[in-house]
Design a binder for this molecule. Structure first.
Ligand code: C2E
Ligand code: MG
Ligand code: MG
Ligand code: MG
Length: 290
């Protein structure tokens, strides 16, 4: 009996080992396949930007849009940015896509601006790789110059991890970006290094509280307290505080009570193609006095 058990354990062990390597091989193959698809997708320009509104808690008005990239493959399965962005980041391809995103968002923002539709910034996510790139300031300057967009209408979202990587360079880089007139936001706040010293040292304008904290609002007393503390701290440092991933009225209620400046999330609007995002602005302007 003991022998049988021993034999089975060995077999199971071997099977799970086989299973494991097979899975790993498959994952590597999938990754490889996805990587080649992405290479082709960048050449074939299969990407579009969608725009998600950020809404002022006090007035309900749209304060700005976050540009979020979408891959619309000619063939094959659709893949979400949560999957392909990290892969592009690892392979360095993010520089090519990121530059396209920057130019496209600036072009779109200028179109809205020129049509009298947009006096609010469009936010662009800068990946860590992009932010740490030697020429990031030049890339942003060029996107502004090519589009003709005033710097004040562009906001750059940078994650805590990217900000913390090399302190001195970061400081200089942020100052140069600020000199272009752009706004700077910390994305996914609370999930990174959470070294708070940088908040007062770097020239930041906005802090976006990560969705994982917002998810717990009204469910978990500690989440309520953490969010309240982040809001108080951000406002104490003169940062605009935005809550990410607000999905229901209860979360909005709590955020309003805690004095949060703005919200972004499915409750106020999903990311939309440019024309639909613009339509929302037009509609809002008709309802509310200028
Ligand atoms: P992020 O910058 O934190 O963007 C917010 C993400 O949360 C977006 O996911 C958005 O669609 C999603 N979201 C917004 N409101 C809600 C909500 O109420 N509920 C839920 N469940 N989700 C909500 P998305 O578009 O899939 O993008 C995921 C991440 O991929 C982004 O996180 C950002 O880090 C990255 N990403 C997206 N577009 C770009 C880009 O153009 N460049 C770079 N570098 N990264 C990008
Ligand atoms: Mg973002
Ligand atoms: Mg975020
Ligand atoms: Mg995120």
């Amino acid at each position: 009996c003991a022998d049988v058990a021993m034999y089975q354990a060995k077999e199971n062990g071997r099977n799970s080992y086989h299973f494991h390597t097979k899975e790993l091989t498959r994952a590597a193959e999938n990754r490889q396949a996805l990587e080649s698809r992405l290479h082709r997708a960048i050449t074939a320009q299969e990407f579009v930007l969608h725009y998600q509104p950020q809404v002022d808690v006090a007035s309900g008005r749209i304060l700005g849009f976050e540009a979020l990239v979408r891959w619309q493959p000619e063939s094959g399965e659709p893949v979400s940015p949560g999957v392909f962005i990290p892969l592009l980041e690892e392979t360095g391809l993010i520089l090519a896509l990121g530059d396209w995103v920057l130019h496209e968002a600036c072009r779109q923002a200028l179109r809205w601006h020129a049509a009298g539709l947009l006096d609010v910034p469009v936010s662009v996510n800068l990946s860590p790789h992009q932010f740490q790139h030697l020429d990031v300031v030049e890339l942003v300057r060029r996107a502004l110059a090519h589009s003709g967009l005033p710097g004040a209408l562009l906001e750059l979202e940078i994650t805590e991890g990217a900000l913390m990587a090399q302190d001195l360079t970061t400081q200089a880089r942020l100052s140069e970006l600020k000199a272009l007139g752009v706004r700077l936001a910390v994305d996914d706040f609370g999930t990174g290094y959470s070294s708070l010293a940088y908040l007062s040292r770097f020239p930041l304008d906005k802090l976006k509280i990560d969705k994982s904290f917002i998810d717990g609002l009204g469910q978990d007393e500690r989440a309520d307290k953490i969010v309240a503390t982040i809001i108080a701290m951000g406002q104490g440092l003169d940062l605009q505080v935005v809550a990410e991933g607000v999905e229901n009225a209860e979360q909005l209620q709590l955020l309003r009570a805690q004095g949060c400046d703005a919200v972004q999330g499915y409750l106020c609007g999903r990311p939309l193609p440019a024309e639909q995002a613009a339509a929302r602005l037009v509609q809002e302007r008709q309802v509310l006095p200028a």
